[in-house]
Design a protein around this ligand. Structure first.
Ligand code: SAM
Length: 229
């Protein structure tokens, strides 16, 4: 249970240098958060595309988060020891890390106000039965926390193969005053195409859906600026 986890009281209590040693003393904080990152496919796909951006995965399962940590450590070693001409040398994987955490309870402990530019919810657990809807990772109460952590202009990316969950996430985000829907074409025109491609295809769950020839439902939202009266 959560009680066996050690949570930082607040983001300033986190020693980010242990997560991103190559960025120690840069003052950089994570700007991309992958909630329920699973086996880490998104982080690994995005790492070389945004070498100046720190990214953090949150995963509640112990073995899975440990697997991601080991996977990142191995990628860093491979990159550090690769010949300069080898393809692996282009990516250093120093900018990605993972924490074992219950994101539904402790996201604000990790991300300061307006620190994130991208927040990912990729193929979240559907919790089909309606009495379990409050267990869903997108819910009215949690949206306030996501809006707090996201910088105005920042993007929430959601994708799922479960149409009912897609409609649920979309309607809750639409109803929340600090988010506005932004379609895929607009995001691609704003240069977010590589992110969207990774959202569709880079994760283990997304690949499983592909193998099973399932549909994928994408819904993205922009954190709006608050209008002054
Ligand atoms: N995003 C990954 C992908 O696309 O492959 C994983 C999808 S998997 C269906 C959902 C993941 O969310 C699981 O690894 C699960 O352990 C994790 N998860 C569920 N609830 C969570 C929570 N409250 N905090 C953090 N992770 C959670």
């Amino acid at each position: 249970s959560d009680h066996s986890l050690d949570y930082p009281p607040s983001p300033i209590d986190i020693d980010w240098a242990t997560h991103y040693p190559a960025y120690a003393n840069t003052g950089k904080l994570p700007e991309f958060a992958d909630v329920g990152c699973g086996f880490g496919g998104l982080l690994i796909a995005l790492a070389p595309l945004f070498p100046d951006t720190l990214m953090l995965g949150m995963e509640i399962r112990v073995q899975v988060s440990q697997y991601v940590q080991d996977r990142i450590a191995a990628l860093r070693v491979t990159a550090a020891t690769a010949e300069p001409t080898a393809p692996a040398a282009a990516a250093h994987y120093q900018n990605i890390s993972v924490v074992r955490a219950n994101a539904m309870k402790f996201l604000p402990n990790y991300f300061a106000k307006h620190s994130l530019t991208s927040l990912f919810f990729l193929f979240p657990d559907p919790h089909f039965k309606s009495r379990k809807h409050k267990a869903r990772i997108i819910s009215p109460t949690l949206l306030a926390e996501y809006a707090y952590a996201l910088r105005p202009g920042g993007i929430v990316y959601t994708i799922t193969d479960v149409k009912d969950l897609h409609e649920w996430m979309k309607s809750h985000l639409e109803d929340f005053p600090l988010f506005e829907y932004v379609d895929e074409e607009t995001l691609r025109a704003e240069g977010k195409g590589p992110i969207i491609d990774a959202v569709y295809t880079s994760t283990e769950e997304g690949r499983k859906v592909e193998r099973n020839k399932g549909d994928k439902w994408l819904a993205c939202f922009k954190r709006i600026e608050v209008q002054r009266q």
